[in-house]
Design a protein. Structure first.
Ligand SMILES: NC(=O)c1ccc[n+]([C@@H]2O[C@H](COP(=O)([O-])OP(=O)(O)OC[C@H]3O[C@@H](n4cnc5c(N)ncnc54)[C@H](O)[C@@H]3O)[C@@H](O)[C@H]2O)c1
Ligand SMILES: [Fe+2]
Length: 370
């Protein structure tokens, strides 16, 4: 038995101006974005609504204090939030659709079940998270020094609007980290025991588009990614649909202490874990869905299936070179504690593993990345 639904309505526009001219933006809508996105795209459209700029509330990816501070500044009559940004802005906006008496930490720790009181329109400006179509939001909890994901159906956006021109202003580094995140969403959801034919189709299409784009960049140089911006945006949306159904797994779970404690950007932290998690899967469960994945990557990369994953890691390294964990300041003494925090806090993800990874496996994976 399965139910595959896609709650947000997905729309596409060539430009933000076309979106603003067609959709009714109202006085009691609130735009949450960054000033450097607002100025070139939104300001010229003279929209009637107010805007808040996320970067004025703190740097980096979302944390509970940042969300609580933005919340205090939201006009009381706000009926709809329009989030225009990367996963950071989108995930913050999801929490801010709730009204009532709560702190962000209470929501993430499950002590309060909040009620949605505002509509949410999302325009992604990175090509990674797929957050515009998932019911997931991810936040660092300052008191716990880790990131935690929360999945609530009330956090689905009402509309996801894909506008390729919004992505083209991304600096290369964030194109790289976000597109790697999308590729890993597609792989983890493909291998998830919850995958069904529908989610697999979205995973496969996302993989095809991202690998084709990466091969194009390998031939034409880093900035050429902009020629493929629309494909990367579509691929990240497809990967979001796939993992929104089938879930992410150990790569994401093991990366959370890296993001929470060392503030490594989400996609980069995932890439650091990716190859070693896949190697552990291969050792523990070589036959099965993994062989289908190797065939898929072999086809897209033009190599034999048994070489495909190693060639994939090389290609990903040309997009964003990996560094060992020790270069970020991590030491092997921390890894048992990382593994414990993953086992304690990330069961939502570990349930979707291709195969079980023990505490010892996790510590070995961190050591192999160090
Ligand atoms: N909710 C989900 O389903 C989900 C899934 C994966 C990741 N995430 C979360 O999303 C966050 C990461 O999101 P991200 O990878 O999109 O990065 P991000 O939102 O943190 O953005 C990265 C950087 O790029 C800048 N930026 C964004 N769009 C830009 C543009 N068009 N032009 C110029 N600069 C731009 C941002 O200001 C930021 O400095 C993490 O917190 C991660 O945990 C959420
Ligand atoms: Fe992710």
């Amino acid at each position: 038995m399965y139910t595959f639904s896609l709650p947000p309505c997905i729309k596409g526009y060539d430009t933000f101006a076309a979106f603003a001219a067609t959709e009714q933006l109202e006085k009691n809508d609130l735009i949450i974005t960054n000033e450097f996105i607002f100025d070139p795209f939104v300001k010229p459209c003279n929209v009637p609504c107010k805007a808040l700029f996320q970067e004025r509330y703190g740097a980096g990816e979302p944390n509970d204090q940042m969300i609580d501070a933005i919340r205090a500044d939201i006009p009381a009559d706000t009926k709809r939030i329009i989030a225009i940004g990367g996963g950071t802005v989108i995930d913050i906006a999801k929490v801010l659709t709730f009204t009532g008496d709560w702190t962000t930490e209470e929501i993430f720790m499950g002590r309060v079940i909040p009620q949605k009181a505002r509509r949410l329109t999302v325009i992604p400006t990175t090509c990674g998270t797929g957050s515009e179509v998932t019911n997931v939001t991810i936040c660092e909890l300052k008191n716990l020094s880790t990131k935690k994901g929360l999945a609530l159906d009330t956090m689905y956006a009402d509309e996801a609007v894909l506008i390729p021109e919004m992505v083209r202003t991304l600096p290369y580094r964030f194109f790289a980290t976000s597109s790697i995140d999308a590729l890993i969403h597609a792989v983890e959801s493909y291998l998830s025991p919850k995958a069904i034919a529908h989610s697999e189709a979205f995973s496969e299409k996302a993989i095809e588009k991202i690998i084709a784009g990466y091969r194009y960049i390998a031939r034409n140089g880093g900035e050429s990614w902009k020629d493929k911006a629309e494909d990367f945006l579509t691929a990240s949306n497809f990967a979001g649909i796939a993992f929104g159904y089938a879930g992410c797994a150990a790569v994401h779970a093991l990366s959370y202490p890296l993001g929470g404690k060392y503030h490594i950007p989400h996609g980069e932290a995932n890439q650091l874990m990716f190859a070693e998690v896949m190697r552990a899967y291969r050792v523990k469960h070589p036959a099965g869905k993994l062989t289908q994945l190797e065939t898929l990557f072999g086809r897209e990369l033009g190599v034999k299936p048994e070489e495909a994953l190693d060639r994939l890691y090389e290609l990903m390294d040309t997009i964003l070179p990996r560094k060992p964990l020790r270069e970020y300041g991590m030491t092997p003494e921390e890894f048992p504690q990382f593994a414990d925090s993953v086992i304690e806090g990330q069961q939502r993800l570990l349930r979707n593993n291709y195969t079980v990874l023990t505490r010892e496996d996790m510590i070995a994976i961190y050591n192999a990345c160090c």
